[in-house]
Design a protein around this ligand. Structure first.
Ligand code: SF4
Length: 186
């Protein structure tokens, strides 16, 4: 018999929102066991508002938004971005596996709407696990809209990758595509 422990969080350095547990990928290392088989439910506006308010009450002013794959529902993601901004939170980044990328035209249209809602930075996840479902070339190409004049708001493109020569090379390609000046390689 285990004693029940109740966590009472007094302060928060940085918050995060899990918008959905569904994902186009099923990475072996996924913390949330996300996959296409998970329920497709997406965080609604009221839950997002209460979560953002709670984060603010813990003296925290920044969050990131992830999943699952938050770009599965761009319209709902836009709503959550707007709520976070309204509540006075800075959204450090939205994390994505980039499976949604089809071509430059459609990517720019989606990203423009998200920019207007408060998106400033995408964190593109790249690893051998992600590569099983999302080709690395696609992840690299998806950074291209960031260098278009209308999308200079992508001031950083953070690359999460496991160290291997091939991945480092593709990460650099992604950075060149984005015109970004900073990268985080973990
Ligand atoms: S892309 Fe991210 S959320 Fe989706 S299965 Fe992989 S690690 Fe999990």
């Amino acid at each position: 018999m285990f004693a029940q422990t109740v966590f009472d969080i007094q302060s928060l350095a940085s918050g995060g929102l899990i918008t959905t547990y569904a994902c186009t990928s099923r990475c072996g290392h996924c913390l949330y066991a996300s996959s296409p088989e998970r329920d497709s439910a997406y965080m609604d506006g009221e839950v997002a508002r209460r979560a953002c308010s709670r984060i603010k009450s813990l003296h925290c002013n920044t969050i990131h938004i992830g999943g699952g794959e938050p770009m599965l529902n761009p319209r709902s993601l836009a709503t959550i971005l707007e709520i976070a901004v309204f509540e006075g939170l800075r959204v450090d980044y939205v994390e994505t596996n980039c499976a949604w990328f089809r071509d430059m035209r459609s990517a720019c249209a989606v990203l423009k709407e998200l920019r207007d809602s408060g998106l400033q930075t995408l964190l593109v996840s790249i690893s051998p696990f992600h590569n099983e479902d999302t080709p690395l070339k696609k992840s690299a190409e998806s950074c291209a809209p960031a260098k278009q004049p209308a999308y200079l708001f992508f001031h950083g493109c953070l690359i999460s990758t496991m160290i291997s020569k091939n991945l480092i090379r593709l990460s650099h390609t992604a950075l060149e595509n984005s015109g970004s000046t900073s990268a985080l390689i973990t």
